[in-house]
Design a protein around this ligand. Structure first.
Ligand SMILES: [Zn+2]
Ligand SMILES: [Zn+2]
Length: 284
């Protein structure tokens, strides 16, 4: 992750298997960035994502949007137009990236030690519920439960997060219009899921603000492509799912998003979010 004023030479590295992609470059003002001779491979996200590179080619209205935003904050003299374009040579090998989201069981690499004290032992016992987390003792397992309890459910092959619709809020107050980044394609189009049907449809779940501290009760936004559903909600299981399996969203540098299959239950009183099978990454 390169941003603000990073002067960096990334040369001849093997960069692999990051959930959010290989190298991500934000607005970097006047510092120079050279990326040369690296192998960037097997990432869930993109190989190199740079908001101000000739490769990305930001559309003019996005540029204007970012510039307007930057003039309002500090260092107004360092606007996007002064940001130096990173030098990315053609000697970088990019292979098997953008592989999409993974099931939590794949995304969470459990190292073969006790998950609580990180000691290795020949007598590690598995959590009987998920069969994945390992512990050296009952004491360690008990101590770790507060951290593990939400992940434990997500580590099941099949798990459905259930959200009571009455506990959610609309994203916008009535009458206000929601604006989306112009890089999102096909938003507001597509079929409208029938609230009385149990048929599955794809939703996008997005974590809020950048650089928030650890907070499983943090608000997330959730919507489907046609925006028939567009809600804010807090749910610890969803928080862990987005954190562990989500991908960095659009031009943001730390907010994550994930696409999931969802369905209604009990005449749309309950929204089910299924984690057994995740849909391919969407453009909207
Ligand atoms: Zn232990
Ligand atoms: Zn478990």
């Amino acid at each position: 992750m390169i941003k603000s004023r990073s002067s960096v030479y990334i040369v001849e590295n093997d960069i692999f298997e990051n959930k959010c992609g290989g190298i991500r470059i934000g607005t970097n003002y006047s510092a120079s960035v050279i990326i040369d001779g690296n192998t960037i491979r097997d990432h869930t996200g993109p190989d190199i994502f740079a908001i101000n590179s000739s490769e990305m080619g930001l559309t003019d209205n996005v540029k204007t949007e970012i510039e307007t935003m930057l003039t309002k904050i500090q260092f107004a003299e360092e606007r996007l137009e002064y940001s130096r374009t990173p030098i990315i040579t053609n000697r970088n090998i990019r292979r098997n990236n953008n592989t999409g989201v993974q099931h939590p069981r794949k995304a969470v690499q459990i190292i073969q030690t006790c998950c609580s004290c990180y000691r290795s032992s020949f007598q590690l016992k598995k959590c009987s519920n998920c069969g994945t987390a390992t512990y050296c003792s009952k004491k360690c397992q008990k101590k770790h439960w507060k951290k593990h309890k939400h992940m434990c459910k997500l580590l099941h092959k099949e798990y459905t997060i259930q959200v009571q619709m009455k506990d959610t809020k609309p994203v916008m107050e009535p009458g206000n219009v929601r604006r989306f980044d112009s890089s999102l394609k096909g938003i507001k189009d597509g079929p409208k899921p029938n609230p009385l049907s149990t048929k599955k449809f794809i939703v996008k779940v997005q974590s809020g603000q950048e650089y928030g501290c650890f907070n499983p009760n943090k608000m997330h936004t959730l919507y489907n492509r046609s925006l028939t559903l567009d809600i804010k909600l807090s749910n610890p299981e969803l928080y862990y799912l987005v954190n562990e399996c989500g991908i960095l969203a659009g031009t943001a540098l730390s907010t994550k998003k994930i696409f999931c299959w969802a369905s209604y239950k009990c005449s749309s009183a309950i929204l089910c979010i299924h984690t057994d099978n995740l849909p391919p990454f969407q453009s909207w």
